[in-house]
Unconditional design. Structure first.
Ligand code: ATP
Length: 239
């Protein structure tokens, strides 16, 4: 990481009742960096995002955003700081139109001019959403719904975008489309923390990655080096 951390997790423990999901997780994210969280099912990747965005209060450890402690602060407070979570499973309002879903994403800004500008950018990034603007979100394909979920998060003007499994359930061609859009966002300087099962795609995009197992980091390195790491290649990349 170059420069000071935008986001830092120190020794985070988190649990769901008796199930310990994170066990001393520490990680950091620099400004403009794209960092991937990899690891098997149940490793704690989603839980890490939930702790950052305030959806789950850790039982131990501290979270800092630009040096300010945000551990245990409410999700709305954390979102107002610009830490925007694009959740696994998209969680769109299926009966509302594409446009209405996007407008809800920009709600925190309370700024119609900014909303128009962000909408313009989202529709340029994902032109298919422009064609479907007045259709209910539930009628979109899985890939289009993922694009809408990312677009909705972008409407909130994220400083850090927390993305949970953007490739989930999508055909390989569509995964590529989504990652091309993420590469454009990276080129624009957006800081992103991406949870992904698709290690190949995630490492193609990310600057650095952490590999989680059983709630802790077992490997952390530059993405380019991890792509050549024999253990990672064997377990996650299937080459
Ligand atoms: P996946 O890719 O399957 O989502 P993950 O790495 O994101 O995996 P988490 O979803 O963070 O993993 O889960 C970490 C651990 O916490 C797992 O043992 C999981 O079963 C458990 N867990 C997650 N959510 C809940 C919940 N709502 N209630 C109880 N246990 C949970």
């Amino acid at each position: 990481m170059v420069g000071p951390a935008v986001l830092e997790l120190h020794e985070i423990n988190a649990a769901y009742g008796a199930i310990r999901a994170l066990r001393g997780l520490s990680l950091a994210l620099g400004a403009g960096e794209v960092v991937a969280l990899l690891g098997p099912n149940g490793a704690g990747k989603t839980t890490a995002l939930r702790v950052i965005s305030g959806l789950l209060r850790p039982t131990h450890g501290r979270v800092f955003y630009k040096g300010m402690e945000i551990t245990g602060r409410p999700p709305a407070f954390i979102a107002r700081l610009g830490l925007i979570h694009c959740p696994e499973g998209r969680q769109l309002f299926k009966n509302l139109t594409v446009r209405e879903n996007l407008i809800l994403g920009g709600y925190r800004l309370q700024d119609p001019a900014r909303e128009r500008q962000n909408m313009e950018q989202v529709l340029t990034l994902f032109p298919i959403l422009k064609e479907r603007l007045h259709q209910p979100a539930g009628l979109l394909s899985g890939g289009q719904q993922q694009m809408l979920a990312i677009g909705r998060a972008l409407m909130a003007d994220p400083e850090v975008l927390l993305l949970d499994e953007p490739s989930l359930g999508l055909a390989p061609r569509v995964v590529e489309e989504v990652f091309e859009a993420l590469a454009q966002l990276k080129a624009q300087g957006l800081t992103m923390l991406i949870v992904e099962q698709n290690a190949e795609m995630a490492l193609g995009l990310a600057d650095r990655a952490y590999v989680l197992e059983a709630g802790r980091v077992v490997l952390a390195d530059a993405a380019a080096r991890l792509r050549e790491n024999p253990d990672l290649v064997r377990i996650y990349l299937g080459r």
